[in-house]
Design a protein around this ligand. Structure first.
Ligand code: XUL
Length: 537
């Protein structure tokens, strides 16, 4: 490959489909292609890439479909003359938490894939569980309670694994399968996450789980980076050998199997960097490199990602994962369900036809809204956990109040960012740099409130497909580490990029920031009151 232009390939195995994004050695996206499970593989009859079961809580997807999608994606890339021989390294982003149960003998089968026929039929007998539980599954409440009881409570589970027991976290899913389908569990020789499953297909041998995606299982000790023996023991017997040893996310985990080299022309030199979760890959794709780098994604739900030095896990909310580009660091993830849809509902309710009208309305009230504070749980909220939906408005005297449309418009926005600041601080996150992404991040009025609440400059980031991009950049990062025989700071890779994707940044107004800072203790006390009143506390 020497002298040829090098390409780093990222694959994103998301809930709805599989995407490829390749970058060059200046970090420029060169090529993108995708496959949609619903549209392109209709025989699996998925909706949004998943099967929802009649109990309303079980959500699964067939791993054989994910395997078939990989051949289909590469075929489409070949049709578009994607330069497979120039790929120096590949990595993968996978929807987090989902698990694949390989049947005894599957490891052997992976090692003898025949390249003249597609992969999926060759793996038809390789799964002990044909439908993989995925992150949308919420059927494991009993297993979560059992885990917390056995480990000494939610905070104790969080202290070790970075999160309290969550229904979608893989350890609880494994516990349910081992309990409800003991024959299937007994027949399982290896368990992969969605990310390490895709890497396994590419390697033609079992690929390890990485530390970062492994942190979404309630099984990994996020400090020692080893499976926690007690967490394994409360899950199922014989689990350690089914999981394999977890590895740092920048590790090289081998080369591509002959199957992929022969069918598509990958070079024998191309290396595979450990696959990771989609949120960890997004952290890499957004370029959050230093502790204090924070990104807020304003989408259907709002998420906040942050790079952290010291983990401070909470037994109530949020997740701490090992950082995917810094094995000594951590990342935090917080999620709010009442995001863009809630803001849009309020915009319509106050009678504004669009966001421009809404921005004008915001100009009619002052930052801090005269001390008025609102909680807009139109949907049951995740952060703070509050199952009972509803809107709660308080005046500056802390009494329930009625808001004018102008006050309402400001309260929903300020409430969102005050909540983010409060709960982020609870996990030890204080932004030094703040990136805004997602649909609503293009709106200067929104960025203004964000900058003023947090008191730091907000940079809008218009990078789409952050998970796929992050996988490609991680491939590059892992490749550099391997070339140099040492850990290379991700910052070195990031700085080599020749692209600037940031729009106009917004600086905070010190007076407005001071006002929000003095509102924060009241916001916290009122939030407590709402949670108590709704039975959430
Ligand atoms: C994160 C989570 C989701 C999935 C989506 O904890 O469950 O963001 O990773 O693919």
């Amino acid at each position: 490959m020497s002298g040829e232009p090098m390409v780093f390939l990222g694959l994103d195995s998301s809930t709805q489909g599989l995407k490829a994004l390749a970058v060059d050695t200046e970090g420029r996206p060169l090529f993108e292609k995708s496959v949609s499970y619903d549209r392109d593989l209709p025989k699996y009859r998925t909706e949004g890439g998943v099967h929802r079961h009649p109990d309303g809580r079980t959500v699964t997807a067939p791993p054989i479909m994910w395997a078939e999608a990989l051949d289909l994606l590469f075929e489409r890339m070949a049709d578009d003359r994607f330069p497979f021989p120039h790929v120096a390294a590949v990595s993968i982003s996978g929807q987090q938490h989902g698990s694949v149960y390989w049947r005894r003998g599957a490891g052997l089968q992976l090692g003898r894939l025949e390249n003249h026929r597609p992969i999926a039929p060759q793996l038809a007998e390789s799964f002990a569980v044909e439908e993989s539980p995925i992150w949308m599954d919420s059927s494991t409440t009993d297993e979560c309670r059992e885990r917390e009881a056995a480990m000494g409570g939610a905070q104790a589970v969080a202290e070790i694994t970075g999160s309290r027991a969550y229904e979608r976290f893989t350890g609880n899913q494994i516990a349910r399968i081992a309990k409800r389908c003991p024959e299937a569990y007994a027949a399982t020789e290896r368990i992969s996450l969605v990310s390490s499953f895709m890497a396994t297909l590419l390697a033609g041998t079992y690929a390890p789980i990485d530390w970062s995606d492994g942190s979404g299982m309630n099984l990994l000790d996020i400090r020692t980076k080893r499976w926690d023996p007690k967490s394994l023991a409360v899950t199922a017997s014989g689990l350690a050998e089914r999981l394999g040893e977890p590895v740092p996310s920048h590790s090289s985990v081998g080369r591509l199997a002959p199957y992929w080299r022969t069918r598509y022309g990958f070079s024998g030199q191309a290396i595979l960097i450990a696959a990771s979760g989609d949120n960890p890959c997004s952290l890499a794709g957004l370029g959050l490199r230093q502790p204090g780098d924070v990104a807020i994604s304003l989408g259907t739900s709002d998420t906040l990602f942050a790079a952290l030095r010291e983990p401070r896990p909470s037994g109530r909310e949020g997740h701490i994962f090992v950082n995917p580009v810094d094995p000594d660091g951590y990342m935090a993830l917080l999620c709010w369900k009442n995001g863009s849809l809630t803001r849009e509902a309020i915009r319509k309710q106050v009678g504004d036809p669009d966001w421009r009208a809404y921005a004008i309305r915001l100009g009619r009230t002052e930052p801090g809204n005269g001390g008025r504070i609102g909680f807009y749980f139109l949907e049951p909220e995740i952060t703070p956990p509050c199952l009972k939906g509803g809107v709660h408005r308080f005046g500056s005297d802390d009494r329930p109040a009625i808001f004018t449309p102008d006050e309402e418009a400001r309260a929903v926005l300020e409430g969102a960012f005050l909540s983010m600041r409060l709960h982020a601080e609870g996990l030890g996150i204080r932004p030094v740099r703040l990136l805004a992404t997602g649909g609503a991040s293009v709106d200067p009025a929104v960025l203004r409130v964000m900058a003023d609440v947090f008191g730091v400059r907000v940079e809008p980031s218009d990078v789409p497909n952050t998970a796929a991009l992050g996988a490609a950049l991680r491939a590059w990062h892992g490749w550099r580490c391997l070339q140099e025989g040492r850990f290379v700071a991700y910052d070195d890779v990031w700085k080599q990029r020749r692209i600037s994707s940031h729009g106009r940044s917004v600086d905070p107004d010190p007076a407005a920031h001071a006002r929000y800072t003095s509102l924060l203790p009241r916001y916290a006390a009122l939030e407590r009151r709402v949670l108590e009143a709704t039975g959430a506390l």
